[in-house]
Write a protein that binds this ligand. Structure first.
Ligand code: ADP
Ligand code: TRP
Length: 332
C-alpha cells in the first residue's frame, strides 16, 4: 500500500527559521522519497482562528505557499493545496466532532494554556477563546484522516494533536469497523526546538524570530541581536549551548562545521561567529529568497498551482467521504 505523508502549516505569521528547520526541511526530505506520496497544505482555516484581517490573511497565506515552493517543493510530485479548497475536510470535521468527547479537547495543550493564563490574570477562563480555537484539533484530525495519512511530520508541540486524531479515528473505527488509518507522527529529534534571538523557543508569539526571507542587511542585523555571553574572544567556547552554533550547523557543510568547532575550542569572538553564520545562511537563502519574492509578486501563479493541487486532493477525499457517509448511514 502507498504510504501517505501529510503535513500543514497555518498562515498566522511570517515563516521563520524555526519553522524551516523544525517543520519544512524534514518534510521536504520526506517528499523527495519515492516510497511516499506527500500531501502538504496551507492550513488557512486553522489560521482563521487567529487572523481576522482580510489583507493580512491573504498575504500570510500566499507567504506560506511561496515559502514551500521557493524551497523546492515540487507541486507535480506532491499534492500541494489550500485546506479551504477541499470542502470534504470540513464535512469530515463535523462528523468527527460527533465522536470527540469535549473533555478530550479541554485537555488539548493550546486551549489548556489559554485557560491557565486567563485564570492567572483573574479573567474569565474562556476569555478570548473562539470555538474555532477550541475545536482546532478536530479540524486537524479531519485534515489527516480525510487523506488516510500514515505519517505526519510535525514539531514536538503538535504531537498531542496527532494523538487526538488517532483517538478520534479509533472511536469511529470501533463503532463502524475499520474506516480510518491511524496516523503516526514523525518528529525530528535532533532539531526539535530552535532557539530564537532571546534563547527561548523561536516563535512568532515571542517576537524573537528570524524571518526566513529577510533582506540580507536585515538578516545580518537580526543575527547580530542573538544573545551571547560575555566571554572575551580568546576564551574557549562551548558549542553545545551556543545558539549561533546550532544555527550554523543547519546551513554549513560538514567541513565548515568541523572548522567552526575548532575555532570554538581555540577561542573566537562572537562578532566573528555572527559574520560567518550570516555568510553560510545567506549563501543558502539567496536563491530561494529570489524565488519567494517572484512568487509573492505573482499570486495568480500560486493560485493556479494550488487549484491543481486541490483537484488532486479531492480525487482522494471525495470518494473517501462517500465511504464515510455510507458508514454512518447518511448514504445508502
Ligand atoms: P510559531 O511557534 O512561530 O507560532 P507554528 O506553531 O506556526 O510556529 O509552527 C509551525 C511548525 O513549525 C510546527 O510544526 C512547529 O512545530 C514548527 N516550529 C515552530 N517553531 C519552531 C522552533 N523554534 N523550532 C523547531 N520547530 C518549530
Ligand atoms: N496545527 C499545525 C501547526 O500549528 C498545522 C496543521 C493543521 C497540521 N493541520 C495539520 C499539521 C495536519 C499536520 C497535519 O503547526
Amino acid at each position: 500500500m502507498e504510504q501517505i505523508v501529510l503535513t500543514g502549516i497555518k498562515p498566522t505569521g511570517q515563516i521563520h527559521l524555526g519553522n524551516y528547520i523544525g517543520a519544512i526541511k524534514p518534510a521536504l526530505k520526506l517528499a523527495e522519497n519515492n516510497n511516499y506520496q506527500a500531501a502538504y497544505f496551507i492550513a488557512d482555516y486553522h489560521g482563521l482562528t487567529k487572523i481576522h484581517d482580510q489583507e493580512e490573511f491573504r498575504t500570510l497565506t500566499y507567504g506560506v505557499a511561496s515559502t514551500w515552493l521557493a524551497l523546492g517543493l515540487d507541486p507535480e510530485k506532491t499534492i500541494f493545496y489550500r485546506q479551504s479548497n477541499v470542502p470534504e475536510i470540513f464535512e469530515l470535521s463535523w462528523i468527527l466532532s460527533c465522536f470527540s468527547p469535549k473533555g478530550l479537547l479541554n485537555r488539548a495543550h493550546a486551549y489548556k494554556g489559554i485557560v491557565a493564563s486567563n485564570k492567572q490574570a483573574g479573567k474569565e477562563v474562556d476569555d478570548g477563546v473562539n470555538m474555532g480555537l477550541f475545536t482546532y484539533p478536530i479540524l486537524m484530525a479531519a485534515d489527516i484522516l480525510a487523506f488516510q495519512a500514515n505519517m505526519v511530520p510535525v514539531g514536538k508541540d503538535q504531537i498531542q494533536h496527532v494523538e487526538i486524531a488517532r483517538d478520534i479515528a479509533d472511536s469511529f473505527n470501533h463503532q463502524y469497523g475499520e474506516t480510518f488509518v491511524l496516523p503516526e507522527y514523525i518528529v525530528d529529534e535532533e532539531t526539535s526546538i530552535l532557539p530564537g534571538l532571546d534563547g527561548r523557543k523561536m516563535s512568532k508569539s515571542y517576537h524573537n524570530t528570524i524571518p526566513l526571507f529577510e533582506e540580507p542587511a536585515k538578516l545580518q542585523k537580526l543575527i547580530n541581536k542573538i544573545k551571547t555571553d560575555s566571554l572575551p574572544p580568546e576564551a574557549p567556547k562551548d558549542t553545545e549551548s551556543s545558539i549561533l552554533f546550532t544555527l550554523y550547523k543547519e546551513f554549513a557543510s560538514v567541513e565548515e562545521i568541523a572548522q567552526m568547532r575548532k575555532k570554538y575550542e581555540s577561542g573566537i569572538g562572537w562578532g566573528e561567529v555572527k559574520k560567518e553564520l550570516f555568510a553560510v545562511m545567506n549563501r543558502f537563502l539567496e536563491e530561494p529568497r529570489k524565488k519567494y519574492q517572484e512568487l509573492m509578486a505573482n499570486p495568480e501563479k500560486i493560485d493556479l498551482i494550488l487549484q491543481k493541487g486541490a483537484e488532486k486532493a479531492r480525487a482522494r477525499t471525495l470518494p473517501f467521504l462517500e465511504e464515510v457517509r455510507k458508514r454512518i448511514g447518511v448514504l445508502r
